[in-house]
Ligand binder design. Structure first.
Ligand SMILES: C[S@@+](CC[C@H](N)C(=O)[O-])C[C@H]1O[C@@H](n2cnc3c(N)ncnc32)[C@H](O)[C@@H]1O
Ligand SMILES: [Zn+2]
Length: 299
């Protein structure tokens, strides 16, 4: 098994998955069969050879094990982004009132926006990857059309993948800047609250990677907090208050800072254009105020 920084950072902190979670992640053989053809070595980008409990790259001979139902596609020796540790800390279960409130917000408000955008903009069938899934609670209401849509959660914190919502069919750990998928292999790709944590140079690299793995005509949906989004402001103020009360300072944050919130719909279109994606739509309105704007691109 690969021993990445992410695995070391999180393996002990989040505890063992529940029996229900193990049953779900290991019980999706037919979904894994559909996803297996899209998986590729993140270093060589070639399709993988499959065994019962692992995948192997025929080019570099790296082995990617399936551990507790999660396909571990981390690259051994790859320097992990500093955000891995910050996100691992964010997902450490505390059962605090704030954690329950955030979970409620994700499942009751964000998930409805994601469901509606998926129905409106995504193809009706195929393999879809949430790039930076966390617990995937924001994806819990996506309509799977009787199994026509197979949903894959990808995150660089392996432990959080063992806590993903049951809507997810297959879990893959790995970095969104080195997607473990073959060129032109995915029908769609989405993320919720991920890109705004990166610089614009990094966002461009991520979008070019998304473009590589999408099939022609495949869609990308980016749920992107805007500078006008209200909950983000409340969260920053709440974190600063907690920081002052606990002596951690007013700069305290519950997760990595949102350094690239979306300024406008036009900026969304421009980011898609400069990364070779056709701008299908950028929507805001009430959803933009209470959660995020939706940026829709097509390869
Ligand atoms: C705001 S959270 C997503 C929340 C998610 N939508 C949910 O419902 O729980 C952002 C997630 O992106 C992941 N992430 C950030 N950068 C990543 C990267 N480079 N590769 C893979 N995952 C990444 C983090 O680990 C974190 O779980
Ligand atoms: Zn390889």
């Amino acid at each position: 098994m690969q021993t990445s920084t992410a695995a070391r950072a999180t393996g002990e902190t989040l505890g063992a998955p529940s029996r229900a979670q193990v049953a779900r992640t290991t019980g999706s053989a037919s979904a894994l069969n559909r996803v297996a053809g899209a998986l590729a070595c993140p270093a060589c980008r070639v399709p993988l050879t499959r065994a019962a409990d692992s995948f192997t790259c025929p080019s570099c001979a790296r082995r990617f094990a399936i551990v507790d139902g999660v396909v571990d596609m981390h690259l051994e020796g790859q320097v992990a982004h500093w955000q891995v540790d910050a996100w691992a800390e964010h997902w450490t279960p505390r059962r605090s009132p704030l954690e329950h409130l955030l979970s409620f917000y994700r499942k009751s408000i964000c998930a409805r926006i994601v469901r509606d955008a998926f129905s409106r903009f995504m193809p009706a069938s195929g393999v879809f990857v949430e790039a930076g899934s966390g617990t995937a609670e924001t994806s819990s209401l996506i309509e799977k059309n009787g199994g026509e849509r197979v949903l894959v959660a990808q995150d660089f914190v392996p432990a959080v993948l063992r806590m993903t919502h049951p809507v997810i069919d297959v879990c893959v750990s790995g970095d969104i800047f080195r997607m473990p998928f073959a060129d032109n292999s995915l029908d769609g790709l989405w993320n919720v609250g991920v890109l705004e944590h990166y610089t614009h140079e990094e966002i461009d690299r991520a979008l070019q990677e998304f473009r590589r793995v999408l099939r022609p005509g495949g869609r990308v949906l980016i749920f992107w907090p805007a500078t006008s989004s209200v909950p983000q402001k409340i969260l920053v103020a709440g974190a600063a208050t907690v920081g002052v009360l606990t002596g951690r300072g007013a700069g305290h944050r519950f997760h990595p800072p949102e350094i690239s919130q979306l300024h406008s719909n036009a900026e969304g279109h421009e980011i898609l254009r400069r990364n070779g994606l056709r701008g299908v739509a950028v929507t805001g309105g009430i959803a933009g105020l209470i959660a995020f704007k939706t940026v829709v691109g097509e390869k």
